[in-house]
Ligand binder design. Structure first.
Ligand code: GTP
Ligand code: MG
Length: 429
């Protein structure tokens, strides 16, 4: 059963809640930017004409706020949801990313061991290209083999390095809705887990542990997530028991194996990491076959039936479970990203507006006093002050009424999105 959309419009995917919130908060900050620009220009002008109304400190504060708002606006347009995939080498991380993208985007399999961090995100231009760390050069990518070549041969890449892969948005819903997917080398191949986490994980909204259903959770995998959860409070972690198609070979053990994996994964999330409740763990652990899903989606792209290839028994069930994972994942990442990306900005925005209003009011009062004191003086000067008073009053009212209302509105929306989360934490406590 799909959750009711938190925002006004009817949404077909929970991911769009993020997109909508982003659009709204961007709009608000563009408005704030206009007002602050307007205010600072007027104050600069006024300071020249009536130097004793505004002091240097006030003028400087407004100019500072102006650049702060500009900075927030820039961050806001760049913000996206981020999911990072981890697990031992060959568990199928790159295949899971491809399955979610619905196409063979990243190299996988023999000879295509992932040897650096790869972040796939939507390309604005509709072209596919990659950009290596520290470079601005866009290297065109025509195909997965081309990408594999670029990654393996053209440059000796460091395992910690991040390569951005920009893929056409129209080819994948996730990319259209601003999700960035980060593939990684196997956690068993590096001694630098801490550096990895600091460099690539601190801002991830969701982590996906790609485990191998044919074996069990390994110490290296567990260690990695212990480190992650020591650095981030309650990270959102999904566990995919991949290669579940292998279970088709041994149907007599299927239920038993599933139960055992489920118990271990649940214990890991609930008792060891303490990141969720046992009930929640049920919607965090899945049994899937990324290879099958990828194959089916590639077939569908070609206009063929998804189950037209050679498939093991139980394919439909596994495919449905993958879709269920995707849905839970979408709900989780959208909610988390709204909180981590926007709550802080919306609070900062309100604070800025309060501060600006305070300054404007102080100036307004001072200006009224000046009008009185200098009332007896030159008529011309008084007219100037009257005009200034009027301007200030208008501007302050605009700031107060308009922006205040819209930020309240956004905060209201963010807090609605947060309610579930707070309830969840409350249950945990
Ligand atoms: P590294 O990049 O080397 O760390 O590996 P990885 O975790 O990215 O694994 P990758 O996606 O390259 O997959 C390794 C091999 O496992 C490939 O040959 C995949 O086709 C295969 N594989 C991935 N998922 C599945 C699955 O669900 N079932 C089966 N049978 N094979 C799979
Ligand atoms: Mg890989």
């Amino acid at each position: 059963s799909r959750r009711k959309p938190a925002l006004d419009e009817k949404l077909s995917s929970p991911l769009q809640v993020f997109g909508q919130a982003k659009k709204q908060i961007n709009g608000i900050f563009v408005n704030i930017q206009d007002y602050v620009a307007n205010a600072s220009e007027r104050m600069t002008d006024m300071n020249i004409e009536c130097p004793d109304v505004i002091n240097e400190k006030e003028l400087k504060s407004i100019l500072d706020y102006r650049s702060k708002v500009k900075g927030i606006c820039e961050v806001l347009t760049r913000d996206h949801m981020k999911v990072a995939f981890f697990g031992r080498t060959s568990n199928g991380k790159s295949t899971v990313v491809n399955a979610m993208l619905g196409d063979k985007v990243l190299p996988s399999g023999i000879g295509h061991t992932t040897n650096c961090f790869l972040q796939v995100e939507g390309s604005q231009t509709g072209e596919a290209y990659l950009v290596t760390e520290g470079s601005k050069e866009k290297q065109n990518v025509e195909s997965v083999s081309h990408l594999a070549h670029a990654l393996n041969y053209e440059k000796q890449l460091n395992e910690k390095e991040l390569v951005h892969v920009y893929w056409p948005k129209d080819k994948c819903g996730l990319l259209r809705d601003d999700v960035a997917l980060v593939d990684s080398p196997g956690v068993d191949v590096t001694p630098h887990l801490d550096d990895w986490i600091d460099a690539h994980c601190i801002d991830a909204d969701v982590f996906v542990l790609v485990a191998n259903a044919e074996s069990t959770l390994m110490i290296t995998e567990k260690n990695f997530f212990h480190k992650v959860s020591s650095k981030l409070s309650k990270p959102n972690i999904f566990i995919l028991n991949n290669r579940w198609d292998a279970s088709a070979n041994e149907p007599e053990f299927l239920d038993q194996v599933r139960k055992q994996h489920m118990e271990r994964a649940t214990d890991f999330l609930v008792k060891e990491l303490k990141v969720c409740t046992a009930e929640e763990a049920a919607s965090r652990v899945f049994f899937i076959s990324a290879k099958e899903v990828l194959q089916a989606r590639v077939q569908e792209r070609k206009g063929l039936a998804p189950n037209s290839g050679a498939l093991a028994e139980g394919f439909i069930t596994r495919y449905k479970e993958f879709e269920e994972f995707e849905h839970k994942f979408e709900e989780c990442i959208s909610k988390s990203a709204i909180k981590t990306k926007f709550l802080n900005h919306s609070q900062q925005g309100k604070h800025l507006i309060d501060e600006i209003c305070k300054i404007m009011e102080t100036i307004f009062k001072r200006s009224l006093e000046q009008t009185k004191i200098k009332g007896a003086q030159k008529k011309e000067y008084q007219e100037k002050l009257n005009f200034t008073n009027q301007q200030l009053e208008n501007l302050t009212n605009m700031l107060k009424i308009k922006i205040r209302n819209v930020t309240d509105d956004v905060e209201d929306k963010v807090s609605k999105a947060l309610n579930d989360e707070i309830r969840r934490l409350y249950v945990l406590v």
